[in-house]
Design a protein. Structure first.
Length: 106
């Protein structure tokens, strides 16, 4: 597994979140747009570069692919991807908890 102390990029975080159930690339783009109110928009180049990286790391796997089509591939998070995501959630909770200690800065 990759170094868990390495923060995930926002794109990787949301792709792993979207892949909690089998989802195709366009579905990931739609879900991230919806979850973030359009603040984070994944373009196809960013998305498919990130998907390839996540596949290489073993954090997602190809769930299904329509025969003869490059476009109809679904991906799903792996146990290793869930562990990385959980570690990132812990890291983010720590950031927020420490930030809340400094309420006078907020």
């Amino acid at each position: 597994m990759e170094n868990k102390s390495q923060p995930l990029t926002e794109a990787l975080f949301y792709i792993l979140l979207a892949a909690r159930k089998p989802v195709h690339g366009y579905g990931i783009i739609q879900e991230v747009d919806e979850l973030t109110g359009g603040r984070v928009h994944l373009g196809p180049g960013t998305l498919y570069g990130a998907i390839n990286s996540l596949l290489d790391k073993g954090w997602i796997v190809l769930y299904s692919a329509q025969a003869g089509s490059r476009k109809k591939k679904e991906y799903v998070i792996t146990p290793a991807g869930r562990a990385v995501f959980a570690a990132e959630m812990d890291r983010l909770r720590e950031l927020v908890a420490n930030g809340e200690k400094m309420e006078d800065l907020a």
